[in-house]
Design a binder for this molecule. Structure first.
Ligand SMILES: [Zn+2]
Ligand SMILES: [Zn+2]
Length: 345
């Protein structure tokens, strides 16, 4: 029998990457029997799978969001959660080994290393290289095929040091002691990172939360991330919130909800705040360029460090990164996966 073609066991399909011998899917955008999930953002982790292999933190996030541990009418729990710690390898059907490696993106986020027939494939999921007090740092994993995200895959994207963005926020806060600074931030990852970074630069004041952020912040705290004193906006008066930071989901920035706040200075924490038009669209007075994704420099440096035979580019602006690979004599192709949005920029 002739040997199988190299890497024929890993196949990109529109709704996810198929690991053929194990018949399982990576971050599938539709419900499948057997899923390997890199992290808890909605465009990677979906409900409805039969079995999900992920880090304990990601499984906890999925349980919170999708009640994956809920019983059905017959009193059974139809979903099987399979936890894998960082550095741990599990054997999948068909002789495929999967190892979960920190991706530095959000709590519990992992790259997945797949090994089969002596071939190594790494799927990054979303990742960044900057330090983040709320999650384990990215690790470079040598491999034959490197499947990388490309959310900020344009040279214009160069995220500033987070200390600069924190200083801007605190300056604005100090300049308006009678107002508050309302920061729009995604509920999973960005909100907790902004809080933890404020604590890291010595901001000890209570931070006020929109009700929609509370459960995820508590989940982070249960996993050992110290967020300091958090208060719910709904439990406090306008007077009490003057001179404080308030965190809400981006959708609440221009919402009626914000009328209960003392003349908020509207801020938003996102990698897209680099694009002025995006800030204007959301009526953001104080754009904070804070991203949980690799910027252009991080993407290209990582491709060099991983030094794979081949790079598969997905999940964002594939074209410029593809071109960069070609210019640097690196084999690359763009994958056409569907269903990835920026919940998590
Ligand atoms: Zn994503
Ligand atoms: Zn993500």
């Amino acid at each position: 029998m002739p040997a199988a073609a190299p890497f024929s066991w890993i196949r990109p399909e529109p709704w996810g990457i198929h690991v053929v011998p194990a018949d399982c899917w990576l971050d599938p955008s539709r419900a499948v029997d057997h899923a390997l999930v890199t992290h808890g953002h909605a465009d990677h982790a979906r409900g409805g799978h039969g079995r999900t292999v992920a880090t304990p933190e990601t499984l906890a996030i999925m349980e919170l969001r999708y009640r994956t541990g809920a019983e059905d009418d017959a009193g059974q729990i139809p979903h099987k959660a399979v936890p894998v710690e960082y550095g741990e390898t599990i054997r999948l059907p068909g002789g495929v080994d999967a190892t979960y490696i920190p991706a530095g993106h959000v709590l519990g986020s992992a790259q997945i290393l797949l090994e089969h027939a002596g071939e190594r494939v790494v799927v990054t999921g979303d990742y960044k290289r900057r330090a983040d007090p709320t999650c384990a740092p990215f690790e470079v994993a040598p491999c034959d095929i490197f499947i990388t995200e490309a959310t900020f895959g344009l040279p214009v994207f160069c995220h500033p040091p987070i200390e600069e963005e924190m200083a801007k926020l605190l300056e604005r806060l100090a300049a308006h002691p009678d107002r508050c600074v309302l920061v729009g931030a995604y509920a999973l990852g960005k909100a907790q990172r902004v809080i933890a970074e404020l604590r890291a630069v010595g901001h000890r004041q209570p931070i006020y939360l929109h009700g929609a952020m509370e459960k995820m912040c508590r989940l982070y705290e249960e996993h050992g991330i110290d967020l300091g004193e958090l208060r719910l906006v709904s439990d406090h008066t306008k007077e009490e919130m003057r001179g404080h930071v308030v965190i809400s989901p981006p959708g609440a920035l221009n919402d009626r909800w914000s009328r209960r706040l003392p003349e908020p200075v509207t801020a938003m924490a996102s990698g897209w705040m680099r694009v002025r038009q995006r800030a204007r669209q959301r009526n953001v007075e104080l754009p904070l360029v804070i991203s949980d994704h690799a910027d252009w420099g991080e993407l290209t440096r990582t491709i060099e460090e991983v030094d794979a035979q081949e790079n598969w580019i997905t999940h964002g602006r594939e074209d410029a990164l593809l071109r960069w690979c070609q210019l640097h004599q690196r084999r690359a192709r763009a994958l056409a996966l569907v269903g990835y949005e920026d919940e998590d920029d």
